[in-house]
Design a protein around this ligand. Structure first.
Ligand code: HPA
Ligand code: MG
Length: 215
């Protein structure tokens, strides 16, 4: 397991006035928590770490929608840059899935995979699961056990964020961009009731934002 950039509990983030945010969200946000540029710089390094470990064999990159789409696109751009600038390169194919959670009670957690190609195509492949955030870890553990049933050569998980929370099952992804405090964040494709995906920075919402987009 590789290290992550740990954001401490008392991190305040940055004044909104110091960055550009869409006008339609100006009053719905409190602070910029992780600026877009920092996300990109950390993602560039994750791409290098991943290629070091997986770059010997055809990689199937599996994007967990919707929250993972920005991170997936940017991570793959960095991996493609490595592929065209190194002596060594491997083919990369992509697939997109959504996960539906059916949690009946605390102990049973069933996950349904929606969309994507036949999972039997993963047999013998190096599979890279790309996720936006790991909170309890239970969904990812369930997904991993499903995928392992299809006999991939290797499965690695990269998550942009991991939340430090007492609700965690203890599961840790193979690669983590940032470890964040137990706060709700939005932006860079992470949403609150489908809003804020169209925001480049990862931010904290204001009370007004929480009220406005509450369902
Ligand atoms: N933000 C957005 N989506 C999430 C979060 C979060 O903090 N945690 C789990 N899903
Ligand atoms: Mg997600």
């Amino acid at each position: 397991m590789s290290s992550s950039l740990e954001i401490p509990d008392d991190e305040k983030g940055y004044d909104l006035e110091l960055f550009c945010v869409p006008k339609h969200y100006e009053n719905d946000l409190e602070r910029v928590f992780i600026p877009h540029g920092l996300i990109m710089d950390r993602t560039e390094r994750l791409a290098r770490d991943i290629m070091r470990d997986m770059g010997e064999h055809h990689i199937v990159a599996l994007c967990v929608l919707k929250g993972g789409y920005k991170f997936f696109a940017d991570l793959l751009d960095y991996i493609k840059a490595l592929n065209r600038n190194s002596d060594k390169s491997v083919p990369l194919t992509v697939d997109f899935i959504r996960l539906k959670n059916y949690s009946n009670d605390e102990s049973t957690n069933s996950v349904k995979i929606i969309g994507g190609d036949e999972l039997s195509a993963l047999s013998g492949k190096n599979v890279l699961i790309v996720e936006d955030i790991v909170e309890t870890g239970k969904t990812m553990q369930t997904l991993l056990s499903i995928l392992n049933g299809y006999n991939p050569k290797m499965v690695k998980v990269v998550s942009l964020l991991v939340k430090r929370t007492p609700r965690s099952s203890g599961y840790r992804p193979d690669y983590t961009g940032f470890e964040i405090p137990d706060k709700f964040v939005v932006g860079y494709a992470l949403d609150y009731n489908e809003y804020f995906r169209d925001l480049s920075h990862i931010c904290l919402m204001s009370e007004q934002g929480k009220q406005k987009y509450k369902v």
